[in-house]
Design a binder for this molecule. Structure first.
Ligand SMILES: [Zn+2]
Length: 304
């Protein structure tokens, strides 16, 4: 073993994406398999299988990005949003099975680390990444290190209030007016159904916008304004050099979201960040999470 490669595993609600990743972020080979929904044991079996099928002598560490708050001290997955994993000591279980250093992080953190190390944020020490998919994940790199919050669980950037007493939040969140229910693919799908009928969804909304439909473009521009409110607040809090927008919906709708989001961002943010922060599209697509998870593995290997 020469520490050349790490396996990164991105556990999603529908798919487990796993890859062998080099120190420079290059994905040497990758696999995906469906995420079981029936039991915790089945999910753990599939995670072990995902690692086992990629393992060879060049792999020196394993990292996992999971959609859950993480107890990093204990290496425990606290509770996944959309996968049956609750209170699982994943780091210990995987270390017992494979006898390699194991890193564990929140999936949104992992995606931010991936873009920072090997994507749109290469060479930048301070960035905020927002991942707009069915939910809104976020991760922060500050002073050249991932920011994980006082308890290490990660940053819940989708759950900042942007409208007092506003829309109910998504999923199990009890909050109102959080950023998430205004800017996700689900929010876009609901707006699309209101405008175009019950069969419409976020994909169709973006397609209509691409075809020049003014109503679709207006809906996306409105979503962009809400996004801009969130971005302006994050710029004021974290002072990043770069805002990276990723996720399936964020990347697909980018050109329609960005102008209005930037307009609001530049209004809400204070100088000097207002004038210096750059907003860019993520570069790694669906691989960001597994690449970031591999860098979390290298962290564990190098004992950072
Ligand atoms: Zn919320």
């Amino acid at each position: 073993m020469d520490g050349k490669h790490a396996i990164g595993v991105d556990l999603g609600g529908t798919k487990i994406l796993a890859g062998v990743v080099a120190r420079d972020g290059a994905v040497v080979r990758r696999h995906e398999r469906p995420t079981p929904q029936d039991s915790q044991e089945h999910v753990l079996d599939e995670l072990r299988a995902a690692v086992a099928e990629l393992l060879d002598d060049t792999v020196a560490a394993i990292g996992f990005g999971v959609p859950s708050p993480i107890d990093r001290r204990q290496g425990v997955v606290v509770q996944c949003v959309n996968v049956p994993l609750v209170g699982v000591p994943l780091r210990g279980l995987m270390h017992d099975r494979f006898s390699l250093p194991v890193g564990l992080d929140n999936d949104a953190n992992a995606a931010a680390i991936g873009e920072w190390r090997a994507g749109a944020g290469r060479g930048v020490d301070d960035l905020v990444m927002l991942t707009l998919g069915t939910g809104l994940g976020g991760g922060v790199i500050a002073g050249g290190r991932p920011l994980r919050g006082a308890n290490g669980a990660g940053m819940e950037l989708g759950h900042v209030v942007i409208v007092h007493d506003g829309r109910p939040c998504q999923g199990t969140c009890t909050g109102h007016g959080h950023l998430e229910p205004y800017v996700t693919g689900i929010a876009a799908g609901l707006a699309a159904q209101e405008a175009f009928g019950p069969a419409a969804d976020a994909h169709r909304l973006v397609r209509l916008a691409n075809e020049g439909d003014e109503t679709a473009r207006a809906i996306l521009a409105e979503i962009g304004r809400y996004l801009g409110s969130g971005m302006g607040s994050f710029v004021n809090i974290f002072g990043p050099e770069l805002l990276v927008i990723g996720g399936g919906f964020g990347v697909a709708a980018w050109e329609y979201l960005l102008p209005s989001a930037e307009e609001v961002l530049r209004r809400e943010a204070l100088p000097p960040m207002r004038d210096t922060v750059r907003v860019v599209r993520a570069e790694l697509g669906t691989a960001a999470g597994l690449i970031g998870a591999a860098f979390v593995a290298f962290e564990a290997l190098d004992g950072e």
